[in-house]
Design a protein. Structure first.
Length: 136
């Protein structure tokens, strides 16, 4: 006899069975990895972003001890590198909610992030990209 619990469980089992195991239709990715140096030393911490434009979500990878690695969608990407340090809260905002401990500011010049013209082509297979940045 079919009771209400079984009647609810059957559709859930069917949805899981039909929804799992299929091939993902998302964009194809490949691993991008490499190093980021600040001058001649590894950039200790930061973020590297691979951005294709407004129609494809950007991919951010953490930089740790001068190295990054992770999946990135295939295609030509604008590369943006940021590194944050403690900064002062805007005038009149010190101690206000969200500014209790100051703020974080990017200490790399805009040419490496907001005004970046650096591009790389992420292809199927191996993608190793090394970068050298400066604070000026």
């Amino acid at each position: 006899m079919l009771n209400w619990k079984n009647a609810l469980a059957l559709p859930a089992v069917l949805l899981v069975a039909l929804g799992c195991g299929g091939k993902a239709d998302g964009p194809k990715t490949a691993v991008a990895k490499g190093t980021v140096k600040l001058g001649d030393a590894p950039l200790l911490a930061g973020t590297i972003t691979f951005d294709e434009g407004p129609t494809v979500p950007a991919v951010e990878l953490a930089i740790k001890d001068g190295k990054y690695e992770g999946p990135v969608t295939l295609g030509k990407k604008t590369v943006r590198i940021t590194a944050m340090k403690a900064g002062k809260a805007p005038p009149g905002m010190a101690g206000m909610p969200g500014y209790e401990n100051g703020t974080q500011v990017n200490y790399l010049p805009a040419k490496y992030n907001t005004a970046s013209m650096e591009t790389r082509e992420v292809k199927d297979g191996s993608n190793e990209f090394d970068f050298k940045v400066t604070e000026k």
